[in-house]
Design a protein around this ligand. Structure first.
Ligand SMILES: Cc1cc2nc3c(=O)[nH]c(=O)nc-3n(C[C@H](O)[C@H](O)[C@H](O)COP(=O)(O)O)c2cc1C
Length: 343
């Protein structure tokens, strides 16, 4: 088999194709849609600030919006958090493992956004100091056991400061159950191509835990190629799935050597978009839900005729009704179907 199931601790991930955490996107609504199509072995939330979560918990406030659905939804599910303080991360990790009963606690060491790096000395900023990464992982692993703890990193802070070999070793030695590597540096942000040769080269430093590769996987054939050519144990898909949540199902077929299912029909795609919107509206109400859905809608439109006009109109859509109408126009000739949120 091209891609045997992946073990994260004692958790079996089959197929070894993971849905990446994406702040602002991979909320409960998106995860439900991904689940509906199937093909993703492990889903992840958006990253959560451990410090904010700890504060909310101290003040008996509601859990963060980003944990919407987490307590109840199907497993397996990973929750990702960020900070640089081992004790805060350990405390929140313990809460996630015991109260929320998540399947995996994931640590973010890859975020390149200034607010997280320069202002909070977290995310990819920590790649400069592999020892510190190790200490964080060790503390969180101890607090979460037996729930597995994983880490997501980039190759380093910049091309002339590649630290991933040291960082992945520190992560393994600290007791993490898997490491995911996005094949860019923090300075690259999203520029250039993900460096899969570099991802593959990290395999030599890992002796016990799986290596999950991430970056630019936007077609099922590319996913199969990542396993065949680069020898990773798992892959993670982010941006390409935003408007094509059925990509996981197609990728799963590709790695199983099965025929790749066709894209859903326009009618099915429209129904998917509307169901997504219904879920978002139910949670966030009309004003916030409409704003949030504008960016998702643009992802679904990518590559469709009239996408540019659609994006322009969507960015001005003042309310749910106008956005809904634009969804009808994006798929001309499709008989609109009634859509319920079905939470
Ligand atoms: C809008 C957006 C939000 C992201 N948020 C997160 C995040 O919360 N945590 C994280 O580890 N990575 C985050 N990422 C990075 C992705 O998980 C992934 O590593 C990156 O997009 C490369 O994969 P891709 O080429 O499949 O998109 C984000 C990426 C994007 C585009």
């Amino acid at each position: 088999m091209l891609a045997p199931p992946l073990l994260i601790g004692s958790l079996r991930i089959d197929p070894p194709i993971l849905q990446a955490p994406m702040a602002g996107f991979t909320n409960y609504a998106f995860r439900q849609i991904v689940r509906d199509y199937g093909g993703a072995g492990l889903l992840a939330t958006e990253m959560v600030s451990a410090r904010s979560f700890a504060w909310l918990s101290d003040h008996q406030a509601e859990s963060p919006d980003r944990l919407w659905g987490v307590a109840e939804e199907p497993r397996p599910l990973a929750v990702q958090m960020w900070d640089n303080d081992p004790d805060t991360l350990a405390r929140v990790g313990h809460l996630l493992a015991t109260q929320y009963r998540v399947s995996v606690v994931d640590l973010n060491f890859g975020c390149p956004v200034k607010q997280v790096t320069e202002r909070a000395h977290s995310g990819s900023y920590l790649l400069k100091t592999p020892d510190r990464v190790g200490r964080i992982v060790e503390t969180v692993v101890a607090a979460c056991a037996p729930t597995p703890v994983t880490a997501k990193i980039r190759l380093g802070c910049s091309r002339d400061q590649i630290t991933a070999p040291d960082v992945v070793q520190a992560i393994e030695q600290a007791g993490a159950a898997a490491v995911t590597v996005h094949g860019r540096t923090a300075k690259d942000f999203f520029k250039g191509d993900a460096d899969w040769e570099h991802i593959a080269s990290l395999k030599q430093y890992l002796h016990r835990i799986p290596l999950i590769g991430n970056g630019d996987l936007d077609r099922p054939e590319k996913v199969a190629e990542a396993f065949r050519r680069y020898g990773v144990d798992g892959v993670m898909i982010a941006r390409a799935a935003l408007g094509r949540p059925w990509l996981f199902r197609q990728a799963a077929a590709a790695v199983r050597g099965q025929p790749i299912p066709a894209d859903p029909s326009p009618a099915e795609q429209q129904a998917c978009l509307k169901r997504h919107f219904a879920l978002v509206l139910e949670r966030f109400g009309e004003q916030k839900g409409t704003l949030l859905m504008r960016k998702f809608a643009c992802c679904y439109a990518q590559g469709r005729p009239g996408a540019r006009d659609f994006r322009r109109e969507v960015s001005k859509a003042p309310d749910a009704r106008s956005l809904w109408r634009l969804f009808d126009e994006l798929f001309p000739g499709v008989e609109p179907v009634a859509v319920a949120a079905r939470t």
